[in-house]
Design a protein around this ligand. Sequence first.
Ligand SMILES: Nc1nc2c(ncn2[C@@H]2O[C@H](COP(=O)(O)OP(=O)(O)OP(=O)(O)O)[C@@H](O)[C@H]2O)c(=O)[nH]1
Length: 306
Amino acid sequence: MKHTDIYILSGFLGSGKTTLLKRLLQHEKEHGQKVAVVMNEIGQVSIDSHAVSEDAVLSELLSGCVCCTIQDQFEVELYSLLQKHELDVIYIETTGVAHPVEVLDACMSPLFANRIQMGGIITTIDATRWMNRHQLSIPLQMLLKEQVRHADVLIVNKTDILRPDEQAKLSFELQTINSEARTIFTTFSNVRIEDIHLLSKRMRNEHERINIERLRIQTYVHTFTSPIDLDVFEQWVRQLPDTIYRMKGFLRFTHTSGVYSFQYAYGTPLYMKEEMNIPLHFVMIGEQLDKQKLKQQLEDMQKGEG
Ligand SMILES: Nc1nc2c(ncn2[C@@H]2O[C@H](COP(=O)(O)OP(=O)(O)OP(=O)(O)O)[C@@H](O)[C@H]2O)c(=O)[nH]1
């Protein structure tokens, strides 16, 4: 089955996301890739849609944020994009106030998680805004930090209006929050696209495959082929490390018929009976996922050996 790469373009208002998107689209066009762009704006009017050329599929989600208020609409939109088009890549330009992990969570719907591959979270930073962030409200300062903390690639823009001593300070501050991200100081999102696509599964050599495992926030998708024991499953959930932020999916249990949807966030599991027969995809999102071990545990559970 064809997997579609998904990239999340995160970053505060005016930090250079659209400027980056234009560069990415140009690159994809030159490489004959089939692309879709999901643009999310909080307002009712689209501002940046002109940035998307006609050869890319454009989906605009207005009047809400895909990481919270219109998460369901976003899920339906992604599903429909994947159904209608044979896509190589989807770029999601988030609103400046979106939390990147919540957006990633919204992308990883168990309905189609087996058809996508996270390419990474790319965060753009307005260098001056960062230096003056203390003027923002506390929640916005925290959001800025979160956008940095969870990024796989950090693009620091507007360095043309930054003094050298400010650049050194900024670099130190970003390193302190996220030492693992690839950090690029630039202007107008002028980056080597290869630096962003290094995280992509479309790049197939060994060196690059290792990089995929280095995504800060990782995802694992498992597909169950038969029912599992509820007690064994709950025991397994309880012993998971707290670096697993989120799990969701569809399950069947040995003691009862039918499919159950399972949701887990902040340590709290929730089960709900589904009316339809849905494929049993199960999604995990977290840091330092030992995918081999998880795969083995879930397979054992299915064989009744958990
Ligand atoms: N001086 C300077 N201006 C820049 C740089 N990068 C981007 N800009 C300008 O900053 C403005 C905002 O850039 P966008 O790419 O639209 O930023 P955005 O993150 O998409 O903005 P929102 O959609 O509002 O969240 C535009 O006028 C850009 O031309 C830079 O490195 N230096």
